[in-house]
Design a protein around this ligand. Structure first.
Ligand code: PEP
Ligand code: MG
Length: 569
């Protein structure tokens, strides 16, 4: 419920993607676990029952698709159990009973039905039954998300500002395509996945805006000033007028384009690339002046409303990206797990330290091979344009296994008469400190390495990148992180292997000044950062960057580096 304030007031958050937006508030409670009873009219009952049946169908299809993909492990068994629960006629009977006889909404009917079943299992005392509780809870939450998605995704109007606890990247892209112009999240840090996508789409965004979903009133005009990390609720006419002027100025300034020079003042050249995940971002990437796609995240193909995981669907997507880009495209294999785990059936105590990225792919060979087949087919059509990047590497054997898989698939493609790119480069992400510490040994195994500073920071400082309570500890240019990056550069150089950075640090001015000073000449970032980073690198000599980087590494804190950078700039 909203408070009864009538005067203009502000809520603070943390800037995650710059800019200003003025628009109507759309509130999405994507994570409300306790659903409150909402009365409905008798004539609405049929519609609510229909929504239940529609969600049941969608959920069944999604699980079927997953179990088709995951034949190799016990995951398929878990999905089977979940399917049985969904199809249980007792559940449907109870949901319909609550809708028809108590005249309560479908989300609450599902919630109450599952909670009753869960309570019964808890009371049964049987260990076997207790183990099913987690499945029931999971299905209940997926069901509720499904019926709520149907409701929420319909209601958005052009120019709306989304207010939510958290949101999946695919839902965010849907809202963007429907005309949403800003994002306010209660949860998350600035490198949470949705925040990165908002930045890439050029959507102003703040995170960590506590109580925003409670304070805002739907459909009321609000102002999001993401540059200053705040939302203005109930703005006065005077404030709206002054922000409209600011918005106009912002639109003019955003026309700032990238100069065609990609050289420091002493003539050292560099490459600036774009990080993207969806076709919707191609346009911004092209306009930004970037020289290719340095990181194509692919998880968006697996989650959200439109799952596109067959080799043919994937191939179409990769081809569209390569054809829509000038220059190389680095395609990263699925980095499922961590915070990109939305609807996976496994619950883990430490998802960021668990079954993620390459670890999952090597267990789920069908998923891996389908993806490699699609990527390598496109690489064969566009020789010299496609690179393959592997996420979450922590031990050398993982790289060797992937190389073997690639060789096998290349052979199969050849023997079926397809063209292949024999030299398709294989690279690994440096995200785990073990790789940075033994960089030379890892570098010898690959053609290139790309530093994922988001995860490298998370694993070095032991700070969950999405946890708002500790977000101030997420310091990606902390001297300890910079030391690991310097070690990685040294190892890559010794092995004569290309090294680049594709985490958010590559779009941060302080970070970039140090990275370039260490000798990193290729940086990949959200498209909107390209002009600013280009301007910075063109403004000084390579020696000046080296001097700054050498000093940075000797400092004891990020604050000291901020001060040093202020004086240096
Ligand atoms: C990173 O970890 O820096 C990275 C680029 O990968 P992601 O943000 O997708 O985890
Ligand atoms: Mg990462």
């Amino acid at each position: 419920m909203s408070t009864a304030k009538t005067q203009e007031y502000t809520i603070q958050g943390k800037p995650a993607a710059s800019g200003i937006a003025i628009g109507k508030a759309v509130i999405i409670n994507s994570e409300s676990k306790t659903i409150t009873p909402t009365s409905i009219k008798k004539k609405e009952a049929a519609d609510h029952k229909e929504r239940f049946l529609e969600s049941k169908k969608n959920l069944t299809a999604k699980l079927e698709e997953m179990s088709g993909e995951l034949k190799d492990t016990t995951t398929a068994e878990i999905i089977d159990t979940q399917q049985q629960i969904i199809q249980d006629p007792e559940i449907e009977k109870s949901v319909f009973d609550i809708i028809d006889n108590k005249l309560l909404s479908v989300d609450f009917a599902i919630y109450q039905t599952y909670c009753t079943f869960i309570e019964r299992l808890k009371e049964s005392g049987s260990e076997l039954f207790r183990q099913r509780i987690i499945d029931l809870e999971d299905i209940r939450d997926q069901f509720i998300a499904e019926v709520c998605d149907q409701k929420n995704l319909k209601s958005i109007k052009k120019g709306s500002i989304i207010i939510t606890r958290e949101i999946s990247p695919t839902d965010l892209v849907s809202y963007y395509e429907d005309g949403a112009t800003g994002l306010i999240m209660e949860k998350g840090g600035t490198t949470a996945h949705a925040a990165i996508i908002a930045k890439s789409l050029g959507m102003p965004c703040i995170v960590n805006a506590k109580r925003a979903t409670k304070e805002a009133v739907k459909n009321e005009t609000i102002i999001l000033n993401a540059d200053e990390g705040m939302v203005i609720l109930r703005p006065s006419d005077k404030t709206v007028k002054s922000y409209k002027a600011k918005l106009k100025a912002q639109k003019k300034a955003s026309k700032l384009t990238c100069s065609n020079d990609f050289e420091t003042t002493d003539g050292v050249s560099f490459k600036l690339m774009a990080n993207i995940e969806f076709e919707a971002e191609l346009d911004n990437a092209a306009k930004s002046g970037s020289q290719g796609v340095g990181l194509l995240r692919t998880e968006g193909l697996l989650f959200g409303k439109r799952v596109r995981n067959s080799p043919a669907e994937q191939q179409e997507f990769y081809e569209q990206i390569v054809a829509g880009t000038e220059g190389p495209v680095t395609i990263r294999l699925f980095d499922i797990g961590g915070d990109k785990n939305a609807r996976r059936p496994h619950k883990e105590a430490n998802p960021f330290l668990g079954w993620r990225g390459i670890r999952l792919l090597l267990d789920e060979k069908k998923l891996l091979r389908n993806q490699l087949q699609a990527i390598l087919t496109v690489a064969g059509k566009y020789p010299g344009r496609v690179k393959v990047l592997v996420p979450m590497i922590s031990v050398i054997d993982e790289v060797r296994q992937i190389r073997n898989e690639i060789e096998k698939i290349q052979k199969d493609l050849l023997s079926s008469g397809m063209d292949i790119d024999e030299k398709v480069p294989l690279g690994l992400m440096v995200e785990v400190p073990s790789v940075a510490l033994s960089a030379y040994q890892f570098a010898k195994e690959v053609d290139f390495m790309s530093i994922g500073s988001n995860d490298l920071t998370q694993y070095t400082l032991a700070v969950d990148r999405g946890n708002e309570r500790i977000h101030t500890l997420f310091q990606h240019y902390h001297p300890s992180v910079l030391k690991l990056i310097k070690m990685t550069v040294d190892g890559a150089r010794k092995a004569d292997v290309e090294i680049s950075v594709c985490g958010e640090l590559a779009g941060d001015e302080i970070g970039v000044a140090c990275l370039f000073g260490f000798g990193i000449k290729e940086l990949s970032m959200v498209p909107s950062s390209v002009p600013t980073i280009n301007k910075l690198l063109c403004s000084k000599s390579s020696e000046e960057f080296t001097e700054l980087a050498n000093q940075a590494i000797e400092l004891s804190s990020s604050e000291e580096l901020e001060q040093l950078y202020g004086e240096w700039k």
